[in-house]
Design a protein. Structure first.
Length: 486
């Protein structure tokens, strides 16, 4: 009869300096990728195997004793696999082979790759406890114990993250693929393709419609291809993280943030502008900040889950329905617009200037923008000057990127009202942001109000995650309350 095995997930290894710059003081297991931690992703795979009796954690050398004590209670013949969190599962088929073979081992084995040791397998608890004792004495868990005899095996099942190039290749899709079929490429290029040919072409054309002095800020798309089914273009793969990844991992200091905003506002202030009539300005503004909300709320109402939304709004917010929320916004909009000194201009804007669409290298202060709104003709690259700033604000003040990473919580408070919480204090960053807004002539209250319009208008676009959409709604309500009280 085969013994059931235990897996020890070793999350104690400190990331290298370059990776630490991206994720801050987090461990590899705590890294968030597509709304989930790497540890959760690993455990999901492990939990598929019925013969894995349990999973133990080592989060630091100081926690080894706890694991040692647990293992000492196991039957001596228990087999144990020790895996390092700096490696993620690249090929589930190869990983499946390793895990299943572990039930049959008769000796301890080092699992190797070209980059180094991926993990260790022990055929009994005595040898594993010797290994743990050596880890304590050496104050690290990556060196095999000299008192244990090992065989070695090579595996291509894993991908090492403790290397900047590898980490960036894994963690940065770099582009919002919600509406696309495919993001393919290699170490040097990325090819984006979709059956939505119009959107692909508009993204490609946007760059080529830009004035030369603004092309510097954007990643060059080239090699546009179109078939009956799909359209595609290719870009250089820049080995830079988007700012959102570092933002949600709390890896940007206020000092660095100030330098980052200096660069972003250099782009903002250098956007090409043109004077337009008051009527044209109002027409553009109304389209972006009023009409779009009406259209998107109508889209939301057609969704199957909207009746649930309506019930939650009525029972657990201070509003009776979504129309009241929209009306509150519109009343504030008209009031605030009258108070702000408006310059009747239009600018060439990015169209979605949030952190996830900015690639940034802090060592060289290099900023590159991706995932533009797209344009098929020159007139479409122009927009209201406040729009990009509102998008920027919804990352800084509105914590938009935390929603996309699943780092938010919605719960009933003591008054039986829904309450949105995001465990990140952005107050110091907001103060710096406000300084730059003032320098560039943008009204903070106006920006926050327009930010609320973004959260309202985005709701039907994110209904693949309904809870997140309700979080958007609660966030918009909170912003409206702030604007009323500023």
């Amino acid at each position: 009869m085969l013994e059931k095995i235990y897996v020890v997930y070793d999350n104690s290894l400190k990331p290298c300096y370059d990776v630490e710059n991206i994720i801050g003081d987090k461990s590899f297991g705590e890294v968030i990728f597509k709304r989930r931690t790497l540890k959760d992703r690993y455990f999901e795979v492990l939990n598929k195997y019925e013969f894995i009796k349990g999973i133990l954690d080592i989060n630091s050398v100081s926690t080894i004793k706890k694991v040692f004590n647990e293992v000492s209670e196991f039957p001596t013949t228990t087999k144990i696999i020790h895996l390092y969190s700096e490696y993620i599962i690249k090929c589930e088929e190869s990983f499946d082979t390793i895990i299943k073979k572990s039930q049959y081992i008769k000796e301890s084995i080092i699992i190797n790759s070209n980059e180094g040791i991926i993990g260790l397998m022990f055929d009994n608890t005595e040898e594993y406890m010797r290994f743990l004792k050596s880890c304590v004495s050496m104050k690290e868990t990556k060196k095999p114990c000299e008192e244990v005899t090992y065989q070695t095996m090579l595996s291509n099942a894993f991908f090492q993250l403790n290397d900047l190039s590898n980490f960036l290749q894994y963690i940065t899709g770099g582009f919002d693929a919600r509406f696309f079929n495919s993001l393919n490429g290699d170490e040097y290029t990325v090819t984006k393709s979709s059956t939505n040919k119009k959107k692909i072409k508009s993204e490609y054309m946007f760059y080529h419609l830009l004035p030369d002095e603004m092309k510097y800020w954007f990643v060059l798309p080239y090699d546009y291809q179109e078939t009956e089914e799909i359209a595609s273009y290719t870009m250089e793969r820049l080995h830079m993280t988007d700012i959102a990844i570092r933002w949600v991992h709390n890896a940007i200091s206020t000092e660095e943030f100030r330098k980052l905003l200096k660069k972003i506002f250099y782009f903002v202030d250098s956007r090409k502008r043109k004077i337009i009539s008051r009527d044209e300005y109002i027409k553009i503004s109304n389209s972006l900040y009023l009409d779009k909300i009406d259209e998107r709320i109508d889209d939301l109402k057609r969704h199957d889950l909207f009746s649930c939304f309506a019930d939650y709004i009525k029972s657990s917010t201070n509003y009776s329905n979504i129309e009241e929320i929209v009306m509150e916004y519109k009343n504030l909009y008209r009031s605030v617009v009258e108070e702000v000194d408006i310059e009747y201009i239009s600018v060439i804007g990015h169209g979605d200037l949030c952190f996830s669409n900015m690639l940034y290298n802090k060592e060289t202060s290099t900023l590159k923008l991706i995932d533009t709104k797209g344009a098929l003709e020159e007139e479409q690259i122009w927009t209201n000057p406040y729009y990009d700033i509102a998008k920027l604000s919804h990352s800084i003040c509105g914590k938009y990127d935390f929603f996309n990473s699943g780092m938010y919580d919605i719960k009933l408070n003591s008054d039986l009202k829904f309450e949105l919480t995001i465990d990140f204090d952005n107050s110091a960053y907001i103060e710096i942001f406000r300084e730059y807004l003032e320098k560039s002539g943008y009204d903070y209250r106006m920006i926050r109000l327009l930010e609320a319009s973004l959260f309202l208008s985005m709701m039907p676009l994110h209904m693949d995650f309904p809870q997140k959409v309700f979080g958007f709604l609660l966030n918009a309500i909170n912003i409206l309350e702030e604007v009323k009280n500023v």
